[in-house]
Design a protein around this ligand. Structure first.
Ligand code: ATP
Length: 457
């Protein structure tokens, strides 16, 4: 089972502290969201899992963390100043601004009118100014990055030289990106501020198509290991007319974000894009390349980002394969996919978030059966403290045991540890499993090892 729609996750998130509407006390800020105590744990688990998989567990990938505000020329030569735009139309009846490429039958979704302006390009980059200069000084104009990738390309030579890498190798980065989206929405699916996990994998021209296939397979597999059901994912081959200016081929991994829609085709949207960016970016940021008349294509760059192959004594611009995923969309997909409901023996329906233990915000909740018994409370708190250095554990005594279990099920905690009267005698506790609701008795001395083993499985 998965969530029937995004709204179910929106209300669970607000109720339990995963995600809140941002700036709500001032009326909100068009589709900005804040991550609460549980949301930030899940969010960090996603990023850590990606970094471990992409950087630590591989032999051929380095990580970096580049600036959000870069020299404006980066965005000139990357093509973003000229082409990073969406086609915008205005509805003449109700003045709503719309993305022309997302319209249904050429009609305004707000009022149904077909009386729309002609589309015009709307650049998605946020502008700001650096330094204490006049706001309209063009020399002070900068952008908030709309992708983390360019921070990687401009550091290609730095990483190549300092890490003494040979092709093929990759550079990974996680960080915030900003796009002034025309129509943000669907909760954290599309926001103006979001976080990306991107990796640029540099290969010899000619090896690009095979590497692209390998990364498509790897990335799908990664989402499965995070706990997303393959039934709710599909591959989508971007048609030629949808391809970005730098791409030779792009395959998206789609997730079923909209299961409530009747038309199966409309249930899916992008979770991750895997693009073959060719040698476009390294070439465009290089001082060397010239056009047919011998004129330098980039008169501003001071570096040549070509690669010298010692074995063949050839110099060339590597091709790039780019897996690019959103942290926020991954969090949404995980919450939707983990959502399930179960009826207890009293006929009450409970929400259970079946997150993989590695993703769960809290790994173990320590619950005293009697909160008015100081020995039981003291023992429960001591157990919690002993677990804290090893795993994320919490203590809760603010309800009856049934309510406490239900609360932990709803936020995806894999294990509840209950301390009862018997525990004072036998130095053992009850460990309850979130998914099966089965219970077993475990010696307190064995508890950390027991939980760590089960969390790892
Ligand atoms: P879309 O077609 O949905 O606008 P895109 O193709 O422009 O996305 P990419 O440039 O490929 O997106 O970015 C890589 C990933 O970054 C996407 O797969 C998505 O997970 C995430 N992403 C992009 N834009 C947003 C956004 N506005 N809000 C949240 N995540 C985003």
């Amino acid at each position: 089972m998965a969530a029937p729609n995004i709204d179910t996750i929106v209300s669970l998130s607000k109720r339990r502290g995963f995600v809140y509407p941002s700036s709500e006390l001032y009326g909100g800020l068009g589709s900005a969201w804040d991550y609460g105590p549980l949301g930030v744990e899940l969010y960090n688990n996603v990023k850590q899992a990606w970094w471990r998989w992409m950087v630590h567990e591989r032999d051929d990938i380095e990580g970096i963390d580049s600036s959000i505000v870069l020299n404006r020329l980066v965005w000139k030569y990357s093509g973003h100043e000229d082409t990073f735009s969406d086609p915008l139309v205005d509805c003449r009846e109700c003045n709503t601004r719309l993305r022309a490429d997302k319209l249904e039958a050429g009609k305004c979704p707000n009022c149904g009118s077909a009386n729309l302006t002609d589309p015009r390009p709307f650049n998605l980059m946020f502008q700001t100014h650096v330094g204490a200069t006049a706001e309209d000084d063009p020399a002070a104009l900068v952008y908030l990055r709309p992708e983390t990738a360019q921070g990687i390309f401009i550091n290609f030579l730095n990483v190549l030289t300092t890490s003494r890498r040979k092709l093929p190798f990759g550079i990974a980065q996680i960080g915030k990106s900003f796009r002034n989206e025309v129509t943000p929405g669907n909760f954290i699916f599309r926001t103006r501020e979001f976080e990306q996990m991107e990796m640029e994998y540099f290969v010899r021209p000619g090896d690009d198509e095979r590497a692209h296939e390998e990364w498509i397979e790897n990335c799908q597999q990664w989402f499965v290991t995070l706990g997303i059901s393959p039934d709710n994912m599909r591959l989508y081959e971007q048609p030629k007319e949808e391809l970005a200016h730098y791409a030779k081929r792009t395959v998206d991994i789609h997730y079923r974000f909209f299961p409530e829609r009747d038309d199966d085709e409309k249930q899916w949207d992008e979770l991750m894009g895997i693009a073959n960016r060719t040698d476009f970016d390294l070439r465009t940021h290089s001082k060397k390349p010239e056009n047919a008349e011998g004129k330098r294509l980039n008169p501003d760059s001071t570096e040549d980002l070509s690669y010298f192959d010692e074995a063949t004594k050839e110099r060339f611009y590597p091709f790039v394969i780019e897996p690019a995923a959103g942290v926020n969309r991954t969090v949404l997909a995980l919450l939707m996919d983990a959502y399930s409901e179960k009826t207890n023996d009293k006929g009450e329906t409970r929400v259970i978030l079946k997150l993989r233990p590695s993703m769960a915000p809290i790994k173990a909740a320590i619950l005293p059966l009697a909160k008015n018994k100081p020995e039981i409370v003291g023992m429960a708190k001591a157990i919690k403290r002993s677990l804290q250095p090893k795993l994320r554990a919490v203590y809760d005594d603010t309800g009856g045991i049934g309510k406490l279990y239900a609360r932990q099920d709803e936020i995806g905690t894999p294990f509840c540890v209950t301390v009862d009267h018997q525990s004072l005698e036998d130095e053992a506790v009850t460990v309850r499993d979130r998914d099966t609701w089965e219970q077993e008795r475990v010696k307190v001395a064995d508890l950390p090892e027991h939980l760590l083993t089960r969390l790892g499985s």
